[in-house]
Design a protein around this ligand. Structure first.
Ligand code: FE
Length: 293
């Protein structure tokens, strides 16, 4: 565990409550990945239940994929940087997420799906984020929002800054294709030229994180005390406090900026099911085993 860095501020600045690197783990049929949210160190960041980071050019790390498995009660968001992932569910929905593409899947009351690499070699890199659903919508019908790279708008800013807007709307008015009014997520893929600055207001009550996956960045608070966030490191902005402001290091930086409205509800987890009570989790296992998904 890294040191807790407390920052308090107002306006377009943030409070970095901590920086974490996550833990190496394996999931599915043996996919090597780094879990950054959903660990003993950071169990969740309401409404975000899990963040997995995968990046390998060794097929042994990913080729086994994620054979058929169920989900209920939340959303899985798969964003692919490199490579291709094929998904297929028990309702006949099937497709391939390609480079720069996103699948925002609302599992709702339940789906059974597989997620398998559509490649035998080469680099596979990306993220899977789990976003919780409120109690009143956990049993909604499953739904998909799927967009290829060309359908995700890019916002060019001055100073060598560009933002791919997957979900939510930037302060400059670029809106992503994904809509989820229940948690109002923002999901931005931001690239900064060396030394360039980026600032973005966020709803004060949102929880947010910055996950740097190339280069490094320095998050600023009102005192101009920079908090360095290195490659493969997450800065947790527990309550976004109005926004985020940061500067890229000498190699530039690329990072995810993700924010969402916390649900503030009880969370009961059981593997691929995330409900409000353990009784509901047991019901999910029962429904799955009896073929009612
Ligand atoms: Fe899945």
């Amino acid at each position: 565990m890294t040191a807790i860095v407390e920052r308090t501020s107002v306006g377009e600045a943030c409070r970095v409550t901590r920086r974490i690197r996550g833990m190496a783990t394996s999931d599915g049929a043996g996919v090597e990945l780094t879990r950054v949210i959903g660990t003993p160190e950071l169990a969740m960041l309401d409404p975000f239940l899990m963040l997995d980071v995968f990046r390998s050019d060794n097929p042994d790390d990913y080729i086994a994929g994620f054979p058929a498995h169920p989900h209920r009660g939340f959303e899985t968001v798969t964003y692919i940087l490199n490579g291709h992932m094929r998904h297929k569910d028990n309702a006949g929905h099937e497709g391939v997420i390609g480079e720069g593409g996103v699948q925002w899947m609302t599992a709702g009351r339940g789906i059974v799906h597989s997620e398998m690499p559509e490649q035998r070699d080469g680099l596979l890199a990306g993220f899977q984020l789990w976003v919780n659903l409120p109690a009143a919508h956990k049993m909604d019908p499953p739904a998909y929002q799927e967009y290829a790279a060309a359908e995700i708008p890019g916002e060019g800013r001055e100073d060598g800054v560009s933002v791919k807007v997957v979900a939510g709307r930037t302060a400059r008015g670029t809106a992503g294709p994904v809509h989820q009014p229940l948690t109002e997520p923002r999901y931005f893929d931001v690239t900064l030229a060396p030394g360039s600055h980026f600032a973005e207001p966020l709803p004060a009550e949102h929880n947010a994180f910055v996950f740097v996956f190339d280069g490094e960045a320095r998050l600023q608070d009102l005192d101009d005390q920079p908090v360095a966030v290195g490659k493969d490191e997450m800065a947790v902005l527990s309550r976004a406090e109005g926004g985020v402001r940061l500067q890229a290091g000498g190699q530039g930086a690329r990072f995810l900026l993700v924010a969402g409205q916390p649900l503030n509800e009880p969370v009961a987890r059981g593997g691929p099911f995330v409900m409000n009570t353990q009784a509901e989790v047991r019901q999910a296992f029962s429904d799955y085993q009896s073929g009612n998904f």
